[in-house]
Design a protein around this ligand. Structure first.
Ligand code: IMP
Length: 207
């Protein structure tokens, strides 16, 4: 396994440290719930990084790679980064790779969701999917990717207060009638894009 030594961060209960290139506490909590029993999951703040890493690629894989390589280049640590997009069929795949900044720079998730619902008024086809790409840096300088997808549709209005981002408007096919924001972290992780990608990563690291 090509992960950093736990000793660089102090006690880690004997578990290998897995650095995740994010300061999104919701993402970290989801990732910890999925693989925290096998890995000591650390966010950027835990390694003293408070940088806003620019996501300048035009693909999810490209942005995940930028974030993972940034940490490796600056801190010398193997790390993972995830990038997620919401693909809405009736909008030609939007917001896609622009999901985080759909409503423009400086706008939050609520503004992104409101813009999405506005653009979908009158749309018959509300089918959508979340796609997550996870990039893992390798000791030989390479990168390995893992992908996870969840199919569903966009509700007419937001429901629920759990989760983050577009969760209040995304209804997964496996739990009809509930948005991700109405589900527990455990139930969301069991079927979500990120859950699937992170489990594929864990299978690889623990093989
Ligand atoms: P990023 O992967 O952090 O760049 O996320 C891109 C955009 O998708 C952001 O607006 C996030 O809030 C949103 N997003 C990422 N993951 C999820 C999720 O699991 N549920 C809902 N929205 C998400």
């Amino acid at each position: 396994m090509s992960l950093s030594s736990p000793s660089s961060f102090g006690p880690a209960n004997g578990k290998p440290v897995l650095v995740v290139a994010t300061n999104n506490q919701h993402k970290l909590a989801e990732i910890k719930a999925i693989i925290g029993h096998s890995f000591d999951v650390k966010g950027l703040a835990d390694i003293g990084c408070h940088d806003d890493i620019p996501e300048t690629a035009d693909t999810l894989a490209g942005n995940a790679e930028i974030k993972a390589r940034y940490v490796k280049d600056k801190y010398g640590l193997e790390c993972i980064a995830d990038d997620t997009g919401l693909i809405v069929d009736g909008l030609g795949g939007e917001p896609g790779v622009r999901s985080a900044r759909y409503a423009g720079p400086g706008h939050d998730s609520k503004a992104n969701m409101e813009l999405l619902l506005d653009r979908m008024v009158g749309l018959h086809d509300r089918s959508a999917r979340f796609v997550t790409v996870v990039a893992l840096t390798l000791a030989d300088g390479g990168i390995k990717f893992f992908e996870g997808t969840v199919e569903g549709h966009i509700s007419a209005s937001p429901h629920g207060s759990a989760g983050f981002g577009y969760d209040p408007v995304f209804v997964p096919r496996e739990a009809p009638g509930l948005t991700f924001a109405e589900m527990s972290t455990e139930s969301k992780n069991a079927i979500s894009h990120r859950g699937r990608a992170i489990r594929a990563l864990a299978d690889y690291l623990l093989r």
